[in-house]
Design a binder for this molecule. Structure first.
Ligand SMILES: Nc1ncnc2c1ncn2[C@@H]1O[C@H](COP(=O)(O)OP(=O)(O)O)[C@@H](O)[C@H]1O
Ligand SMILES: [Mg+2]
Length: 368
């Protein structure tokens, strides 16, 4: 069997650049050498692309000298990675059968790079353009879930224009969502950046002004005391759910600090839940995946309200963390799928989705 050519992408322009490097380091270690020929593509904070045998090491050291500038062309015929030489000349340096974007957040998880892969007719791991974009937008995502009858916490979406035009009306609308505490979140960020938990009208003003620094649209949501339950989903047409896991954040909620700065947050795998709640969490995860038209993978995050024991869908991450200790691969391991086999499955799913697309009729084929 000839080896399959993979291009693993990491780094990227979002605030989760460093997390992506950690994820990619693990993925590169888990891909079996006898099956895959891997080319590494690092994307800097500024969006420059570099490749090299140990690009991951260079990115970890923050030193891209010695790497080659790389690019992917949007033409379907190009089929590979190109190096940019002197005078902007291009030469192909690697064939690419499957792209593996291990990029979190903007320009990686939001459908933008997936759009480039689509243009180039490359198979790629994970969700397509639409699912990536919708899952990245907390507002549109909640509307979609609600339309599918999937339980989400009460919310309102407030845009910056409304906020500037009539702050009092915006505050009234936010307060109509539920009694305090409320959560205020920029629609399009991850990693808990720009999020606040507010307990009064003056807090709310501050939270909205903070969130609007990050995005045009802001989600205001009923705040609850909850356990944080996560489920990994894998598949295309017939997605499967892993056993659920639970995060015990080291902060009052799963803040940026609790996620990345102090590593005292605990993961419990499987989550200690009764069988009914376990099944419900898995069912909601699969329904949410199908509702966004997911592909390949997603980690679905739920909140289990302490007071009522109701489960609410919080968010769906189309490119979840992938370190050895990340929830997504750990949940699969606990469900009987070891990390290297998980990577094999994701690559097969990428190829299956591509083959399916190749089979579609794209032209008008004459009169009925
Ligand atoms: N409505 C809510 N009620 C209670 N806690 C919440 C609520 N929304 C978010 N949180 C807490 O904030 C964290 C981050 O919010 P989340 O919506 O998951 O944003 P991000 O995309 O940044 O992870 C969650 O993991 C949870 O701890
Ligand atoms: Mg989250």
């Amino acid at each position: 069997m000839p080896k399959l050519n993979l291009a693993v992408f990491f780094g990227g322009r979002s605030g989760e650049h460093e997390v992506s490097l950690m994820s990619a380091r693990s993925v590169l270690g888990a891909l079996e050498k006898d099956k895959y020929q891997v080319v590494q593509v690092g994307i800097t904070h500024d969006g420059e692309w570099f490749t090299g045998e140990d690009a991951i090491g260079a990115f970890e050291r923050g030193d891209t000298r010695g790497l080659d500038a790389a690019t992917l062309l949007p033409e379907p015929g190009a089929r590979g990675l190109y190096a940019r030489g002197e005078g902007s000349s291009l030469s192909k340096i690697a064939d690419v059968d499957v792209a593996v974007p291990i990029l979190h957040g903007s320009f990686g998880e939001d459908g933008t790079i997936q759009g480039l892969f689509e243009m180039a007719e490359l198979a790629y791991v994970g969700a397509g353009v639409l699912a990536s974009a919708v899952a990245m937008d907390k507002g549109l995502f909640k509307w979609l879930m609600r339309a599918h009858g999937i339980p989400v916490l009460e919310f309102a979406i407030i845009d910056s224009v409304r906020l500037e035009a009539d702050m009092d009306a915006a505050l009234d609308e936010a307060e109509a969502v539920a009694a305090y505490p409320l959560f205020v979140k920029p629609a399009n960020l991850g990693s808990s950046v720009g999020i606040s938990k507010v307990r009064s009208r003056s807090d709310l003003v501050e939270g909205l002004l903070e969130a609007v620094r990050y995005d045009r649209r802001i989600l205001v949501e009923r705040g609850i005391e909850a356990r944080e339950i996560e489920v990994s989903v894998l598949g295309n047409e017939h997605p499967e759910a892993s056993v659920p896991g639970e995060v015990i954040p080291s902060d009052e909620y799963y803040s940026y600090r609790a996620k990345y700065i102090d590593d005292r947050s605990e993961l419990h795998i499987p989550a200690p839940l009764d069988p009914e709640t376990t099944e419900e969490a898995r069912r909601i995860a699969v329904e949410a995946f199908q509702a966004v038209d997911g592909a390949g993978m997603a980690r679905v995050d739920l909140l289990l309200e302490l007071e009522t024991e109701h489960l609410y869908l919080n968010e769906l991450n189309t490119i979840p963390g992938f370190t050895q200790i990340s929830m997504y691969p750990k949940l699969w391991e606990a469900s009987g799928l070891p990390y290297p086999e998980l990577m094999d499955r994701l690559i097969e799913l990428a190829q299956a989705r591509k083959a399916q697309k190749d089979g579609w009729v794209r032209t008008y084929e004459g009169a009925e």
